[in-house]
Write a protein that binds this ligand. Sequence first.
Ligand SMILES: [Cu+2]
Length: 504
Amino acid sequence: MSGLKRVLIILTSVAFVLALALGGGAAWFYSSAKVSTVGRGGFRNQLVVPPLARSTVAADGTRVFDLRMRAGTTEFKDGQETPTWGFNGSYLGPTLRAERGEKVQVRVRNALGVPSNVHWHGMDLPARMDGGPHRMIAPGKTWSPRWTIAQPAATLWYHPHPHGETEDHVQRGLAGMFLLDDARSRALALPQRYGVDDLPVIVQDVKFDGARFDHGHGVAQSVGFLGDRTMVNGTLDPYRVVGDEQVRLRLLNASTARTYNFGFDDSRAFSLVGTDGGLVERPARMDRVQLSPGERAEIVVRVRPGERTVLRSYPLDVGMDFFNQRFNGGDDTFDILELRAASRLRPSPALPATLGKLEVPDGKDAVRGRFFDLKLSGINGRKMAMGRIDETVTRGTTETWTVRNTNGMPHNFHVHGVQFRVLSVNGRPPGPALRGAKDTVFVPNGTTVKLAMRFTGPADPNAPYMFHCHLLLHEDQGMMGQFVVVEKGQKAGRPPMEHAHRGH
Ligand SMILES: [Cu+2]
């Protein structure tokens, strides 16, 4: 054998071994990116239901709540104390509840030791009360926004919104529900005994490094943080004993990046009765409902005496490409919550055939359209700038907003201070889970959604509302813009810069 030939054989062998190793590495990397907790955790812990926040009623009829943001530790796993943040407790916060027409005030005290703030997600309220990134609360200070509840019954929530740090503050535990009621919702034959047949289900994915949270981002995860297990209301491996034939679950995706595809382990049908902004016009039967970060769905599920059924999150079915599907959590499966039906169940009335009329506009009276191109590098090519107002809308008018994602990764779109109707998804009428009032909508790659919304104000040219991707890493990286609501003919002013310093 010639020397040259020998060298060639050696080189070929080395290349072959390298290719095998690379291929094996890639295969391992690919298969290790898929997570399933089915049958893994057992359901060992009774689901914690956040307490209803206590309130007082002031002389002028205002319902007053107190929230205190603080640091602490929480025992998620036996004997292990995890450093966490919470409102009035060590993790998450109490459920605030108010009635349509009621005046409310929330006194928010920041005892964290670092600046933070609170945004009322889904609330129709003046921009100055909205808790955007301009409205920071310094350590030791209290912010006391007040407004009148001017929207239908709904499952809303609250969480911090500090520019560049929202993912971190929410992951540490700062989130809670804000439920609204009205005369119509109270009169309907829907399960509505809080903590009994009407359960808050705050879903978050987490990862532990011993006792501590591990908030690291995976290398190929463009969406941000993805955990390897889930919690409901801060409870790992949760179960709940239910004593009624029908149970209402108020699902909130409070995760920072993960989208869930909820269903039951036997794929039984359930009834969707509410979306982000309140009740849908009529209950819709389905066996899956998908929620991206920030979205809510109210579902009613029927259970049989003595049975156990598991709320599960299935792999996503949104036509994501191969790579995104695997590395952004689309192939993952989680056992979320086990419902244990008592051996004898209280009878529940049949669900009403209709739940009422939607109050979001159908877009026919739209006076203007706007277009938003979602890119991680910025919306419409611009990164969030605290001192720049991106859009100016006229109070009392209806607009259509067209939102497109061709960015090669999933995004969603949340608008502050308003509820909208989804008119179309890629030119077609939306599916049943998108036919209610919404404030956040999933926009996977290759999708264009058209929304209709009416800005009821009040006008304030100097106080902006936000629109942004609610995948919190993306929001922190600048996928956000600002709009103001003005009176006809008025010009946008300047955002209040006194709260804009963040010292990064
Ligand atoms: Cu995004």
